[in-house]
Design a binder for this molecule. Structure first.
Ligand code: MLT
Length: 262
């Protein structure tokens, strides 16, 4: 369904019945990247938005950078409009940055957290420059360029079916959205202090072969959030939900069975 929010139109897929799980996608994906989870984890209401500028969602009405705060507000408003008081919130990579912002801005909406292949720290100065360069290049070269840059870093097998699926997904996203998101990610604050604010059950998941945001970053989140547990997915890189959906879903199901219900 489509929701008209203050920031523009947002498309959200809502499937299943039960306690809510909110799935926040990574960069530069769409909610489609969570299909194997929405279909493979029964007993929950899966709420899967396309963030502004991706999939079937309109770009931000003000044309500005997609900051993690704005994306978190979109997630909180989506839950509110659907009449969902609280959800287990799952964020992969950029989705994890958004989840930290959601914890700061609307903690009352978060029943439990699942951080996947993400990190708490902000970008270094070099990292910020790299994002600006990416933004300029993608505006010049187009989304196919972005796909070619990213895919070798996202998956264990860059010639396999998951790579092909990502290639099609990334190539279909507007270059302007990717530029706006790189600028928004560069502006994100350090979420290290936020870890102490996470007062709900937390699971951290990471692909064992993730070189983009390696398991060491995930382990910092485990250490920073009281009581957090950790699941490493063997044979997967940055998108374990796509590369090893069965192992990923098992870890999520175990956690949800214990913490995902009122
Ligand atoms: C993502 O997968 O969402 C991005 O790699 C995150 C980032 O660029 O930091």
């Amino acid at each position: 369904m489509d929701l008209e929010l203050r920031t523009g139109r947002v498309h959200v897929e809502v499937t299943g019945e039960g306690p809510a799980v909110l799935w926040i996608h990574g960069f530069p994906f769409t909610g489609e990247s969570w299909k194997a989870q929405a279909q493979g984890i029964p007993g929950y209401k899966h709420v899967v938005p396309d963030l502004p500028g991706y999939g079937r969602s309109a770009p931000l009405a003000d044309g500005g950078p997609l900051t993690m705060d704005v994306a978190a507000d979109v997630c909180a408003q989506t839950l509110e409009r659907l009449g969902i008081a609280r959800a287990t919130a799952v964020g992969l990579s950029m989705g994890g940055y958004v989840l930290f912002a959601l914890v700061r801005r609307a903690p009352e909406r978060v029943r439990a957290c699942i951080f996947c292949d993400t990190k708490a720290g902000a970008d270094s100065e070099d990292g910020k420059k790299g994002r600006e360069k990416f933004a300029e290049n993608v505006l010049k070269e187009g989304p196919g360029w972005a796909a070619a840059q990213l895919i070798p870093k996202l998956v264990v097998d860059p010639a396999g079916p998951v790579a092909k699926q990502l290639q099609a997904m990334i190539a279909a996203q507007p270059a302007a959205s990717m530029a706006a998101t790189q600028r928004g990610m560069a502006a994100r604050p350090d979420s290290t202090p936020t870890m102490a604010q996470v007062a709900v059950p937390t699971l951290v998941i990471c692909g064992g072969s993730d070189a983009l945001i390696p398991p060491a970053e995930s382990k910092k989140i485990v250490d920073g959030i009281q009581g957090a547990s950790y699941a490493e997915i063997a044979g997967a890189a940055h998108v374990p939900n796509l590369e090893k959906p069965d192992a990923f879903n098992e870890a999520v199901k175990r956690f949800l069975a214990e913490h995902g219900r009122p």
